[in-house]
Design a protein around this ligand. Structure first.
Ligand SMILES: [Zn+2]
Length: 310
C-alpha cells in the first residue's frame, strides 16, 4: 500500500513537471471576496430524514440515522458553525461521517473543523493525495493540516457507509470532474449526490483536466446516473438547485455535443488556439454561457485538453 502511494505521488510530481509546459486548468470563477456573515444556510427536506443544505460552495446532503448522521461535502471553513447550527435544527445526533465528493476547496474547506469534532472524513484516495500536496484549481497552496485529510479512503469500485440504519453507497467515477470523484446514493430516500460531475446552473461545468478531469468521464458519470435514477430521484448536484433526471439528460446532451465536435478537431490536429478561433460550440454557448465569452472559452479549452490528458 505504501509503495502504491509513493508511486502515485511520484507520478503526480512527474505530471506537474510535464504540466508546466501545458496550459493550466481553466477554473470556475474563483470564490469572490465573500462576506461570510451574510451567507445563510438554506435547508430543503428531501424526505426520509434526508436534507439538502445550500450556502456558499458545493451543496451539502445530510442523512439522519437512528444514532448518527452522514453528510456529503462540507463547503468552506468559515461556514462550519452555521452548517452545524443548520444540522442541529434537523437533529441533535452527532455527525459520524463527512464524505468528500472531490478535493476542491468549496467542498472540502470544512474538513478540518468537522474532523476536530470527531467526524470521520471519507473520500477517494486521490483526494487525500491532492489535499496533502496542496493542489488547487490553477495553483498550489500550503498543504492543509493533517486533520483536514480524509481518514478513510478507497481506491475504486463502490462501498457502503452505514449509520443507524442509513446506508450511503459511495462509487468512484474515474477521471470526470477530477481524478477523485465520488458519487453517493441513498437508496432508501432515492437521493443521488453527484458532486461537481453535474451542475444544475444551466451553464457549463469546470472540468479540472490538469488534475485528472476529462469530458469523457463526465459523460460516463451522466450515463451511470441515468441508469440509477428514475423520475422521482432527487438529485443533489454540486452547484445549483435540486435537480431531477431530466436535468441530467439535458446536461449530458451538452457534454456529448461538446465532446463530439471538439474531439473531431483535436483528432484533425488542430491546436487549442485554432479550435477556440473556430468556436465550434457557438450555438451551445448561447444557452450554456449566455453573454459570458470567458466561460464559453473556458469550456472549449477544458474539453479540448481532456483529449491531451496525461
Ligand atoms: Zn469542483
Amino acid at each position: 500500500m505504501i509503495r502504491i502511494t509513493l508511486a502515485v505521488v511520484t507520478a503526480l510530481s512527474l505530471a506537474s513537471v510535464a504540466r508546466a509546459q501545458q496550459p493550466a486548468a481553466t477554473p470556475a470563477p474563483p470564490p469572490p471576496l465573500i462576506d461570510w456573515s451574510k451567507i445563510e444556510i438554506k435547508t430543503t427536506d428531501l424526505g426520509n430524514n434526508t436534507y439538502m443544505l445550500a450556502g456558499q460552495g458545493g451543496n451539502i446532503t445530510v442523512a439522519v440515522g437512528t444514532d448518527g448522521i452522514i453528510m456529503v461535502d462540507g463547503q468552506y471553513a468559515p461556514l462550519t458553525e452555521k452548517i452545524k447550527t443548520a444540522i442541529k435544527a434537523i437533529s441533535p445526533l452527532p455527525i459520524k461521517y463527512l464524505v468528500n465528493t472531490h478535493y476542491h476547496g468549496d467542498h472540502t474547506g470544512g474538513n478540518e473543523n468537522f474532523a476536530k469534532d470527531g467526524v470521520v472524513i471519507v473520500a477517494h484516495d486521490n483526494i487525500r493525495v491532492r489535499l496533502a500536496a496542496g493542489t488547487t484549481l490553477g495553483a498550489n497552496v500550503t498543504p492543509p493540516r493533517p486533520d483536514a485529510l480524509p481518514k478513510q479512503t478507497y481506491l475504486g469500485g463502490s462501498f457502503a457507509l452505514e449509520v443507524g440504519g442509513r446506508k450511503a453507497q459511495l462509487t468512484h467515477i474515474a477521471n470526470a470532474h477530477t481524478d477523485g470523484d465520488t458519487w453517493v446514493y441513498f437508496a432508501d430516500a432515492n437521493v443521488l449526490c453527484t458532486g461537481d460531475t453535474v451542475n444544475n446552473l444551466k451553464r457549463y461545468q469546470t472540468i479540472d483536466f490538469a488534475n485528472g478531469g476529462d469530458v469523457r468521464g463526465m459523460i460516463r458519470a451522466a450515463d451511470t446516473y441515468l441508469k440509477v435514477a428514475n423520475d422521482e430521484t432527487k438529485v443533489v448536484v454540486g452547484h445549483g438547485p435540486l435537480a431531477s433526471k431530466k436535468d441530467i439528460v439535458e446536461f449530458r446532451e451538452m457534454l456529448i455535443t461538446s465532446r463530439d465536435r471538439i474531439q473531431k478537431l483535436y483528432d484533425e490536429g488542430k491546436t487549442e488556439a485554432e479550435v477556440l478561433a473556430l468556436n465550434p460550440l457557438a450555438d451551445l454557448n448561447e444557452k450554456w454561457a449566455p453573454g459570458n465569452a470567458a466561460l464559453a472559452a473556458a469550456h472549449t479549452r477544458n474539453v479540448y485538453n481532456s483529449f491531451g490528458r496525461l
